[in-house]
Ligand binder design. Structure first.
Ligand code: PLP
Length: 241
């Protein structure tokens, strides 16, 4: 048996943070009258070294999100990922698609037809179906990636024709906002869009995952209908770049 690569202190810190996050998720679910099972917790591991990621997985995190292909591939070989679902959540360049297709369970950051077509092509080559979320720039933030919401329905119809790409829902990173009520408004708009698209019942499109909410705003996101929260710094501590 290989010894643990992280200290008991690291393990305790992450366990304590995780417990605190779970309590806040439970409180938000209770306030919204929602079941806790309806909210998936993802640990966001960008800049976090493999031993600390492993500490989180050992503490019970079973969804892991990475931003960058290179960083994910380097860490992957050092982690025990059995039973762990892995996601790419950061902006993906088309020239990195071939490296990541087949290496993660889901790509959450699909925001253009061109990127989707590249994923389709690489998935077909590997004879697999790649689960994706469409990333929506709900706040029309010029500093952010993501598809403008007005273009979503058209893209979904195009994605529906791709046999090796399976849409599972939507993802968003909202603009930086000061007040909780402003945040909730943005999340509410995103949830409306999600429900609207779900109601269209487009063939071959699942609309079951709404990935929104990070360390600073996951309670608000849950109150407005998020089904997956992506938590980095509240779990691992502030990032050191
Ligand atoms: C970094 C990141 C997160 C997590 O951010 P925290 O504020 O540390 O929780 C979530 N989603 C995406 C897309 C990210 O890049």
């Amino acid at each position: 048996m290989m010894g643990k690569l992280y200290s008991e202190q690291t393990a305790r810190l992450i366990r304590d943070n995780l417990q605190c996050i779970r309590e806040r998720i439970a409180a938000a679910c209770a306030a919204a009258g929602r079941s806790e099972e309806g909210v998936t917790l993802m640990g966001v591991t960008k800049t976090v070294d493999a031993p600390r990621v492993q500490a989180a997985l050992d503490a019970g995190i079973c969804h892991m999100g990475e931003n960058r292909v290179q960083e994910y591939m380097e860490k992957k070989s050092e982690l025990k990922l059995t039973g762990v679902t892995t996601h790419l959540i950061g902006h993906l360049q088309t020239n990195k698609v071939a490296r990541i297709v087949g290496e993660v369970d889901m790509i959450q950051s699909v925001d253009s037809e061109r990127l989707a077509r590249t994923i389709e092509k690489e998935s077909a080559k590997k004879n697999i179906v790649t689960n994706i979320l469409v990333e929506v720039n709900i706040g029309h933030d010029v500093a952010k990636t993501g598809l403008p919401p007005e273009q979503l329905e058209d893209l979904l119809h195009i994605l529906a024709t791709m046999p090796h790409v399976k849409v599972r829902g939507l993802m968003t990173v909202p603009p930086i906002l000061e007040t909780k009520s402003d945040k909730r408004k943005v999340f509410m708009n995103m949830h409306k869009l999600f429900i609207d698209m779900k109601g269209k019942k487009i063939d071959n499109i699942d609309m079951n995952i709404l990935s929104m909410g990070m360390s600073g705003d996951y309670s608000e996101a849950i109150l407005e209908g998020s089904t997956m929260v992506r938590i980095g710094s509240a779990l691992f501590g502030e990032r050191v770049y």
